[in-house]
Ligand binder design. Structure first.
Ligand SMILES: NC(=O)c1ccc[n+]([C@@H]2O[C@H](COP(=O)([O-])OP(=O)(O)OC[C@H]3O[C@@H](n4cnc5c(N)ncnc54)[C@H](O)[C@@H]3O)[C@@H](O)[C@H]2O)c1
Length: 251
């Protein structure tokens, strides 16, 4: 892994940062990409390493996606690994009340953002002899949750992106897989519990917990470990696969 280069989108978020820490320990070059400039600067400062670079970019804008790919190539040479991870939870609302703009917003980030990333990173990797990619889907890509149509739809869609990219990437030496976290002890889950439960958010959390055979929410590093494995050479025969990290929730 030493001196290999990884791009991480959603690089200022909780799963992105936990993953970046693992890759930094392995002495990789890291480009963290996020729309949140302030948080990105804080993370860069905390990581305190000249192997970490940042790029403020909106993954929904193809020009921004080209910009982060160029930046990684310029800073570090070629791109070996890509954690295509930025995502938003969107609004929680019954389908009958769903507004088109709320649906669009989630699809823009969670689907278009992921697709643009695949397009431009795979172009770059194909020129440099290949690489490996992990897309962050969710258990929401495998099953439904009432009230979360945009998020659920977007995370199912990323499986189609992953499978197609794995087939097209094989000849280019590019492996593509998806990781499906369950419920993580995180800002995003706090927001979803609030959306589903309002004043009863705590009982929503207890309800989720009760369905998890391993009996607890995941920590970010438990997701990051699987991402690290999939991106590494240890998973060299694995492509087109969905990896669930959910404490048994979907079992
Ligand atoms: N937290 C969970 O429980 C959980 C569970 C399953 C899947 N996931 C998925 O994991 C991924 C990471 O989630 P997280 O928990 O770290 O959430 P997070 O909100 O902490 O991080 C997401 C990051 O993406 C960034 N982002 C949002 N829109 C963007 C855009 N248009 N361009 C660039 N960056 C943008 C945000 O600024 C944020 O830093 C997401 O795809 C999420 O759907 C999370």
């Amino acid at each position: 892994m030493k001196n290999k280069t990884i791009i991480i989108t959603g690089g200022a978020g909780e799963i992105g940062v936990a993953t970046a820490k693992l890759f930094l320990k392995a002495k990789c070059n890291i480009l963290l990409v996020d729309i949140d400039k302030k948080q990105l600067n804080t993370v860069k400062k905390d990581m305190n390493s000249d192997k970490v670079a940042i790029c403020v970019a909106d993954v929904t804008k193809e020009a921004d996606v080209k910009k982060y790919v160029k930046k990684a190539e310029k800073e570090f040479g070629s791109i070996d690994m890509f954690f295509n991870n930025a995502g938003i939870e969107g609004v929680v609302t019954p389908l009958t009340e769903l507004k088109a703009k709320d649906f669009d917003q989630v699809m823009q980030v969670n689907v278009y953002g992921v697709v643009y990333g695949m397009k431009h990173v795979m172009k770059s990797m194909s020129k440099s002899g290949g690489g490996s990619i992990v897309i962050t889907s969710s258990v929401a890509g495998l099953q439904g949750t009432a009230g979360m149509m945009p998020y659920i739809t977007s995370k199912h869609a990323t499986i189609g992106v992953m499978r197609t990219a794995a087939l097209e990437g094989a000849d280019m030496g590019i492996r593509v897989n998806s990781v499906h976290p369950g419920v993580v002890d995180s800002r995003m889950m706090d927001s979803i519990e609030q959306g589903l439960g309002g004043d009863e958010a705590e009982s929503v959390k207890e309800g989720f917990k009760a369905q998890i055979p391993l009996g607890k929410y995941a920590q970010e590093d438990e997701i990051a470990d699987t991402v690290f494995f999939l991106l590494s050479n240890k998973a060299r025969y694995t492509t087109g696969a969905t990896y669930v990290v959910d404490g048994g929730l979907t079992a």
